[in-house]
Design a protein around this ligand. Sequence first.
Ligand code: ARG
Length: 256
Amino acid sequence: MKKLLVMMMAILAACSMLLAGCGGGEKKAAEKVMRVATEPSFAPFEFQKEGSKEFTGFDIDLIRAIGKQAGYKVEIQNMGFDALIPALTSGNIDVAIAGMSITEERKKVITFSDPYYTSGLIVMVNKDEANIKSIDDLKGKRIACQIGTTGEKKSRSIEGAKVVAFNTQSEASMELKNGGADAVINDAPVVGYYLAQGGDKVAKTVGEVMEAEEYGIAVNKKNTQLVQDINKAMAELKKNGEFDKIYKTWFGEVKK
Ligand code: ARG
């Protein structure tokens, strides 16, 4: 009898270890993992502090809070922005959070969570630029942007523009600074943050914010449970004040 009990316990222990994903017995048996990817050249939404590989920013805090609320262990990896959607559809990752605007085109291939931030595009030029006063002055000009973004799409819609799309947003801003481009088209809050962090010594914005865009968390279309979990957790975080707390950390005041 005793032997049987010991054996059963051993089997049970082995099973739970298997469930925990081989070996690491300290993990809880049923912990779900959320494989998240982002493209971290997009402060204050996602970036790596100088000299650090660690991700930080509004999106990072948000997805970590959502994971905690919904009972997932969040693992974040770095990826090119244009690689995020393919990685979702192929099942290599579960979630992309990258200041990604909800568009009809993207909705054909992936599912978005409920929107979590309202954004838009803006034109940035060098500080001493006198001729470009709005997007209408960009015809035939050299525009830098990030690959696969709505900023790239907007840039390519401008007549005669010579568009150069970079892997990261930082490279696009650098190209402007170095005189390789006449303008950058990028998300307004990211440009705002860049200017506030010292970019205003070399650059400025012109014209109005264009294209009201909303950010959503992207998930594989088949993963309906995960989208539900994310939306439910986000609603709870909005209710219990956690969302506002994260918002305030990165943007100061709370937008209602
Ligand atoms: N909101 C824009 C888009 O969805 C730009 C996002 C870029 N994000 C990033 N993490 N680099 O296309």
